[in-house]
Design a protein around this ligand. Structure first.
Ligand code: UFG
Length: 337
């Protein structure tokens, strides 16, 4: 298949690009580079042995998207492009709704015009809101605690409605848990703008000496050590889930939703300890107040993805910690070197 990866220069998109090409498909990237660097394209060439066609465009720009579709004759789209900072979405909700919803609608309209009928969407476990019970199962109640999450849930609804109305359209919604780690080569990885919001990039930047210490957001949650519990999944496993999903979409119609997680929850302190042990490093930390909007505990029930997609996460926490650190230590300034 020839597959368009919107946001394909980003963290999850770039790792998925490698797996897509390794599975024998062709990848094309559309990315405005607002949260990624052009250097990733060179690295992708190095890892895949292929020059990945690249369009530096905003996926909400319908004219440019149309031109690209006219030229490329895609079989499928994996849509990663979007704003993704939870806190920023609370202060700039309109920017989030405009951008994230617009890009999805633009893609769907242009796909319909060019009769492209396979769509995989980068959704998030955040659509489960504040969980009543864990593990989280796909059929459980949804609802969000911030505009970023609502854009994910709204796009899930738009895609579900679009595939109900257009019987040719096939949609797979992937609800990611917490992707961490990096490609084992150390050549691609997560390179956040500014001070990281997420736990692992924060830890690796403390390890490299860029940040003095980690702040642990709350140690009074009802969890085994009081710190927040999440389902951390290696980004390469997550990327492989996209290959399964797009192949599934090609063979089925309608909409399906899958959790992509490991099914195991680790606390913030579990992660700090595992990272220290895996890499023989010390991560200084202080306990801070809870971060607003955080929940105590989230982890996936990954059964459906196993049964239907034949996908399971294969890498463990040691792999995740070592690969995160290899990326950061080999690229202290991310892609900027
Ligand atoms: N944490 C800290 N200190 C930090 C950063 C995070 O203690 O500096 C803690 C958080 O409180 C939380 C855990 O580490 O308990 C994980 O936090 P992240 O910010 O790494 O991840 P979240 O679970 O908050 O959010 C992630 C993605 C969202 C997505 C969500 C889905 O960033 O985009 O998972 O569940 F919506």
């Amino acid at each position: 298949m020839k597959i368009l990866l919107t946001g394909g220069a980003g963290y999850i998109g770039s790792h998925t690009c490698v797996e897509i090409v390794q599975a024998g498909h062709d990848a094309v990237i559309a990315d405005d580079l607002s949260n990624s660097k052009p250097a990733v394209l060179e690295r992708l060439k190095e890892l895949t042995g292929k020059d990945i066609p690249f369009y530096q465009i905003d996926v909400a720009d319908k004219e440019k998207v149309d031109e690209m579709f006219a030229k490329e004759h895609f079989d499928a789209v994996i849509h990663f492009a979007g704003y993704k900072a939870v806190g920023e979405s609370v202060t700039k909700p309109l920017m989030y709704y405009r951008n994230n919803i617009d890009t999805a609608l633009t893609l769907l309209e242009v796909m319909e015009k060019y009769d492209v009928n396979n769509f995989v969407f980068s959704s998030s476990a955040t659509v489960y809101g504040v969980p009543e019970t864990v593990p989280l199962v796909e059929g459980m109640k949804t609802g969000c605690t911030n505009p970023y999450g609502w854009t994910k849930l709204m796009i899930e609804q738009i895609l579900t409605d679009a595939s109900a109305a257009n019987k040719n359209l096939s949609v797979v919604l992937l609800r990611y848990f917490n992707p961490i780690g990096a490609h084992p080569s150390g050549r691609i990885g997560e390179d956040p703008n500014g001070i990281p919001n997420n736990l692992l990039p924060y830890i690796t930047q403390v390890a490299i000496g860029k940040l003095p210490q980690l702040g642990v957001f709350g140690n009074d949650y009802p969890t085994h050590d009081g710190t927040g519990v999440r389902d951390y999944i290696h980004v390469v496993d997550l990327a492989k889930g996209h290959v399964k999903a797009i192949e599934y979409a090609d063979e089925h119609k309608g909409t399906e939703v899958f959790n992509l997680g490991t099914g195991t929850g680790y606390s913030v302190l579990d992660i700090v300890n595992a990272f220290e042990k895996a890499n023989d490093l010390k991560i200084p930390y202080v306990i801070k107040p809870r971060r607003s909007g955080d929940v105590a505990e989230m982890y996936a029930d990954p059964k459906k993805a196993k049964e239907v997609l034949n996908w399971v996460a294969e890498k463990n926490l040691v792999d995740m910690c070592q690969d995160s650190w290899r990326w950061q230590s080999n690229n202290p300034k991310g892609y900027d070197e």
